[in-house]
Every structure is written in structure tokens, then in C-alpha cells.
Design a protein around this ligand. Structure first.
Ligand code: TYM
Length: 335
């Protein structure tokens, strides 16, 4: 009998320190339904090496990310937390799915276009075929929902197409997953350039807020956040005319749960000078317990090791069930 609980799965690359964007767009929404869903969350270390990484930093960030997942409320007893490279079934399925993913589809991926423009000296095959491995990460666990930020929607849609293609050739094999994208917080922009996404690999540290950042640094960055050069200087929701203010309103709303109309009312007549520090305070309050708990967990290496080992075992068990089915369908001889 297959698992009856619905399944949720997502991952983050340990290619940089986690930002407020990764939190508000993704992790914040992962823990809420752990009772109702069977949940798998992983550190996508294999994806990270599509861009050159310092090995020691990658290892450190992978463990920090695990500590941060737990500190963000993902209880390892209720969620399967693991490291992607510990589950080789995903990479094996990735190879198979590569053969069912079209060159044209991969060429259209925005992330590939952006990353290859930023890393001209290293446009490697992994960067190009990344979405086929991501499809395998997802489909191996037969999830119903994949909670991600807006920028990953295109990859989840490609995953659906690959799954449908495979199913149409070999019969029902993969469940077709739905992307789950939050209404507020799905695309947090840089504080120094509200036209580009807040990113953990951004070279300008003033544009991003990191989960482990100290309160005073968070407050300083928000005070300096770029707002718009309009004359009215009032806090009003108008993303086209006021992208900087809209970004701050989105962050404030995601942190406090207040709708945009209430935020407009709260800062009516007060201007950006009062608004920016208030957003900083809300973010600092939200991140403080996460930073403190992550620090505590990071000091307990044995505990983290026990979590990722148990996670890999459970994840491998599930992924193998899918991989075995796929191998059989494509005509591989069983071992
Ligand atoms: P990654 O590591 O770039 O980002 C991790 C998650 O955080 C979200 N996110 C944001 N959301 C809102 N605003 C932002 N500024 C922001 N920055 C990041 C992303 O949308 C994502 O949900 N390919 C994936 C990792 C991955 C994956 C998977 C995800 C690999 N395999 C399987 C889901 C399922 C990536 O590069 O995300």
C-alpha cells in the first residue's frame, strides 16, 4: 500500500548564506503542515557545484543550513531532513530524466540564462541540465506540492512536463506535482536594487539580509535600503511606480501578517523615515530566535549528524521505490 499522507518536498542550494528571501519565499511555509503531510527537505549540494564552490565553505554551509532548517521550525522527528548527495538514487533518476528532457526546454530556463551570463568562464553541462536533476529530486518522492519562491516556478513546470512525457510513454509512473507559491514573500528583492532578486550569491552584502545576521546590521541595512525618488514619499502599494517601497511593504507584510492597506494606514503621513526602521525592527525580531537556535544547534555536531543520517536513510528508501519502478519501465535488467 502506497503512503496515504500527501507529500511535500523542497530544497535549497547551500551556495551562499541563507537570506531573508529564502526564508520568506520558501522555508517559512515548509513547517506549517508537517502533521498533515509527509515532508522531505534537503540541502541541494549537488546543484551547488554547477557554480564553482570552495569545498570547505560548501561543507560548512551545508551543515549550517541543516541547523537553520531546524531552527526555522522543521522538527526532524516530523520532517525528513537530508543532504542531496547522500541519496544517490536522486542522481541516478536524474540521468534517466535527462534523456526525457529536451534541449529546447533546457535552453528556455531563465536560471540557466542568468547564471551563464554571470559565470561566462564556467558554462558547464551541469548548469545546463540542472533542471533534469531538479525534476528527479522532486519526482523521486512523488510529492503533491513543491513549496518554492516565484523564481523556481519555471523549474517545477518543466518537472511536470517531463513527468507527463514519461507517463505518456510508459504509463502512470510519476505523480504530477503542483508548485506551492506564497501570496506574499514569493519574490523578495535586493535592498540596494529593488529591480533584482535578493540572492545568497549576490556580491553586494548590503542588498541581502542573512538569517544569521546581527540585529544592528539588519537595522543598518534597512535604514539604508533604496526607496524611490518620488516626491510624495508616502508608503503606498504601487509596485510599478514604487518598487523599493513595494519590496519593503512585502517584507513587512510577510513578517507581521499585516495586509498592505493596514500598512498604508499605519504609516499614513509618516514617510519613509519612519517606515524603513520599522521594517528593520520587524525583520530583526523575526530572525533573532532563528539565529540563536541555529547557533545552539551548530555547537552540537553529533546531533546534526544523527539528523542527516536518519534523513538520508528514510529518503533513500522512498527514492529507491520510484527508481526501481523507472528502471523497470525503461528496460534495465534488475540487479
Ligand atoms: P535556491 O537555492 O536558489 O532558493 C531556495 C528557495 O528560496 C526561494 N528564494 C526566494 N524566494 C523569494 N524571494 C527571494 N529573493 C528568494 N530567493 C530564493 C527559491 O524560490 C527557492 O524556493 N533549484 C532550487 C533548489 C532545488 C529545489 C529542488 C527546489 C534543487 N532541487 C527540488 C525544490 C525542489 C534553487 O536553486 O533554489
Amino acid at each position: 500500500m502506497e503512503n496515504e499522507k500527501k507529500v511535500m518536498l523542497s530544497g535549497i542550494q547551500p551556495s551562499g548564506d541563507l537570506t531573508l528571501g529564502s526564508y520568506l519565499g520558501a522555508i517559512k511555509h515548509w513547517g506549517a503542515r508537517a502533521e498533515e503531510f509527509d515532508c522531505y527537505y534537503f540541502m541541494a549540494d549537488m546543484h551547488s557545484i554547477t557554480v564553482r564552490q570552495d569545498p570547505a565553505a560548501l561543507r560548512r554551509r551545508t551543515l549550517e543550513q541543516l541547523a537553520q532548517y531546524i531552527a526555522c521550525g522543521l522538527d526532524p522527528e516530523k520532517n525528513t531532513l537530508f543532504i542531496q548527495s547522500h541519496v544517490p538514487e536522486q542522481a541516478c533518476l536524474g540521468w534517466v530524466l535527462n534523456c526525457y528532457t529536451m534541449f529546447g526546454e533546457l535552453s528556455r530556463m531563465t536560471q540557466f540564462k542568468d547564471k551563464s551570463a554571470k559565470n561566462k568562464e564556467n558554462i558547464n553541462g551541469g548548469l545546463f541540465t540542472y533542471p533534469a536533476l531538479m525534476a528527479a529530486d522532486i519526482l523521486a518522492y512523488q510529492p503533491d506540492f513543491v513549496p518554492v519562491g516565484e523564481d523556481q516556478k519555471q523549474h517545477v513546470e518543466l518537472t511536470r512536463n517531463v513527468a507527463q512525457r514519461f507517463n505518456s510513454i510508459y504509463g502512470e509512473t510519476f505523480k504530477i506535482p503542483e508548485p506551492y507559491i506564497p501570496k506574499v514573500g514569493a519574490r523578495i528583492m535586493s535592498l540596494s536594487d529593488p529591480t533584482s532578486k535578493m540572492s545568497k550569491s549576490d556580491k553586494d552584502p548590503n542588498g541581502s539580509i542573512y538569517l544569521m545576521e546581527r540585529r544592528e546590521d539588519i537595522l543598518r541595512k534597512f535604514k539604508r535600503a533604496v526607496t524611490d525618488c518620488d516626491t510624495e514619499r508616502c508608503v503606498r502599494w504601487d509596485p510599478a511606480a514604487k518598487p523599493g517601497v513595494a519590496n519593503l511593504m512585502q517584507i513587512y507584510s510577510a513578517c507581521t501578517g499585516k495586509p498592505y492597506e493596514d500598512i498604508e494606514r499605519e504609516f499614513d503621513g509618516l514617510g519613509y523615515g519612519a517606515f524603513k526602521p520599522a521594517v528593520g525592527e520587524a525583520v530583526a525580531d523575526l530572525l533573532q530566535p532563528i539565529r540563536e537556535e541555529s547557533g545552539r544547534l551548530l555547537a552540537d555536531k553529533a546531533y546534526l549528524e544523527s539528523v542527516y543520517r536518519a534523513g538520508a536513510e528514510k529518503a533513500s528508501h522512498t527514492a529507491w521505490k520510484t527508481l526501481r519502478k523507472v528502471y523497470k519501465k525503461v528496460g534495465f535488467v534488475a540487479r
